[in-house]
Design a binder for this molecule. Structure first.
Ligand code: NOJ
Ligand code: CA
Length: 530
């Protein structure tokens, strides 16, 4: 039996940004529940909820102060239970975020640990100097200058891979490990269908290493997987490891670590291919991706709640991406670009469609980011990554149908750039317009759902004598689909050297003659071959 996550389409939802059910200007579970019919209508299979736990929200909730609770502004544990139930009732699934590399400095564990001699002391990583683990890079380079911060009360430095208000837990401590396994049991026991393992490469530190991907870290993931296999065999673990392919595949283990891993390096190369009108870098990264264990699956995406990360490209490529996609320096953050999909592509509909055509047919399960299905805009003048987390635009009313609050009281301002205001980009209008991006994406999802080969099939590149054309086959025992994508702005003849002469376009139902194919600028085709 094919595991469900291999043919699923995921949809990423920050609860705060999606829908406000109680009129306080901030999204919540009641609001999200009221929008489940929409998500079912859209055709997504599994929601991924960003952290919704008690938190001072200094890192969008990735700074947790209680692992078994719910941020009061989002609702209660009862609301979460209802959400899970309502999701399941609609035949969908939902995964959560397991953020255990670090806690918030507000977490009672850390507050206790600061007291010398406290039983919680060893739950974090302390040092008398800030010189240990000097080979570990700094991730949030725009805000942090060291992975160590001094704590006056503790009389010691504490270790943190992200913000200084996010002390890393000490995974060499058996109590921490046991606690983490219990947190896993808590949320899967409540009905979640899986967990995304946030920042998973950084669990363990060792002197003389870069403190990433260490064998001891993999051992911890194996412990988590063992609990899942024994107690929640249908649940999925998704590794967030922003690493080169050879290091990422290690997070599948031998089928005994995560079921899924994000393929981070593919993402920027999709954008590069489009702008360079050449698919060489994309084909190269796919060619250098090792095979994964049976039952494993890649998770692929175009955009998410973070900056478009450029950590997995060369310096030259990063500069190219910045020049092309972030000409205004304020669009840049750390090693990345804080913009949404539609503005990145200049709102150009054929390019947006082409990237979705690839996202839904390349090896892996696609993850859509809320709002991208309507081509929502961003606001890079907001701090940190807030500009890609603005309220979902449901209709053209003054609060975009997001909330009953006064527009001035929304947790973040609505997008107000020309071409992207709620009056111009919203769900209601697009639902009523057959030719809208929203309906186009919905149709594409529906087609994909009838072709599991996109989730489970083998992948094979078909050589084409044109750098702008990407051709590949997806094949399983039931069907064979040829995907053709033209990353050039201009139309191209598509000379194919294939045995088959005829194909069936699975989107339009038309018969296609493979010998005289022509692709318009940014066009893609999904062609079923006998
Ligand atoms: C990865 C999350 O995606 C990001 O939003 C967060 O800032 C870091 N982990 C640190 O928790
Ligand atoms: Ca609310």
């Amino acid at each position: 039996m094919t595991p469900w996550y291999r043919t699923a389409v995921f949809y990423e939802v920050p609860v705060r940004s999606f829908s406000d059910g109680n009129g306080d200007g901030r999204g919540d579970f009641i609001g999200l529940i009221s929008k489940l019919d929409y998500l079912q209508w859209l055709g997504v299979d599994c929601l991924w909820l960003l952290p919704f736990f008690p938190s001072p929200l200094r890192d969008g909730g990735y700074d947790i102060s209680d692992y078994r609770g719910v941020l009061p502004e989002f609702g209660t544990l009862e609301d979460v239970r209802r959400l899970v139930e309502e999701v399941h009732r609609r035949g969908m699934r939902v995964i959560g975020d397991l953020v255990v590399n670090h806690t918030s400095s507000d977490h009672p564990w850390f507050q206790e640990a600061r007291h010398p001699g406290s039983p919680k002391r060893d739950w974090y990583v302390w040092s008398e100097t800030d010189q240990r683990f000097a080979d570990a890079r700094i991730i949030f380079i725009d805000t942090e200058s060291s992975n160590w911060s001094w704590d006056e009360e503790a009389g010691a430095y504490y270790w943190h891979r992200f913000y200084s208000h996010q002390p890393d837990l000490n995974f060499d401590n058996p109590e921490v490990r046991a606690e983490v396994l219990d947190i896993v049991r808590f949320w899967l026991g409540l009905g979640f269908d899986g967990l995304r393992l946030d920042a998973i490469p950084y669990l363990i530190e060792r002197e003389g290493t870069n403190c990433e991907n260490l064998p001891e870290t993999h051992d911890m993931i194996k412990e988590i997987r063992a609990v899942v296999d024994a107690e929640f065999p249908d649940a999925v673990l998704l590794a967030e490891a922003n690493q080169p392919p050879k290091d990422v595949v290690a997070y599948f283990g031998e089928g005994d670590e995560c079921h899924m891993c994000y393929h981070f390096p593919v993402m920027p190369r999709l954008f590069m291919s489009l702008r360079r009108q050449d698919v060489d870098k994309l084909t190269a990264i796919l060619a250098s991706t090792p095979p994964i264990p049976d039952g494993g699956q890649w998770a692929i995406f175009l955009r998410n709640h973070d900056e478009l990360t450029l950590e997995m490209v060369t310096e030259e490529e990063r500069q190219y991406m910045w020049d092309e996609y972030a000409p205004d320096r304020r669009m840049r953050l750390n090693f990345g670009i804080r913009r949404r999909l539609a503005p990145l592509l200049g709102g150009h509909r054929p390019a947006i469609e082409l990237l979705h055509g690839l996202l839904l047919s390349l090896p892996g399960s696609p993850i859509l980011y809320y709002g991208d299905e309507i081509g929502m805009g961003d606001n890079y003048l907001l701090p940190d990554r807030d500009g890609v987390r603005t309220p979902m635009q449901w209709d053209d009313s003054p609060t975009a149908g997001f909330s009953a609050a006064d527009p001035a009281d929304l947790f973040l301002p609505l997008v107000s750039t020309d071409g992207y205001r709620p009056a111009e980009v919203n769900v209601a209008t697009q639902q009523g317009d057959e030719g809208s991006l929203l309906n186009w994406i919905r149709d594409l999802l529906a087609v994909r759902s009838h072709h599991p080969v996109f989730g489970i099939g083998d992948f094979e590149v078909v050589p084409v004598d044109d750098p702008a054309i990407f051709a590949f086959l997806r094949a399983d025992s039931n069907e064979k689909v040829l995907v053709l994508a033209n990353v050039s702005k201009d139309g191209r003849a598509c000379p194919l050297d294939m045995e088959a002469a005829q194909a069936l376009d699975v989107r339009s139902g038309e018969r296609v003659d493979l010998s005289g194919l022509f692709l318009d600028g940014h066009e893609f085709r999904w062609l079923s071959i006998d």
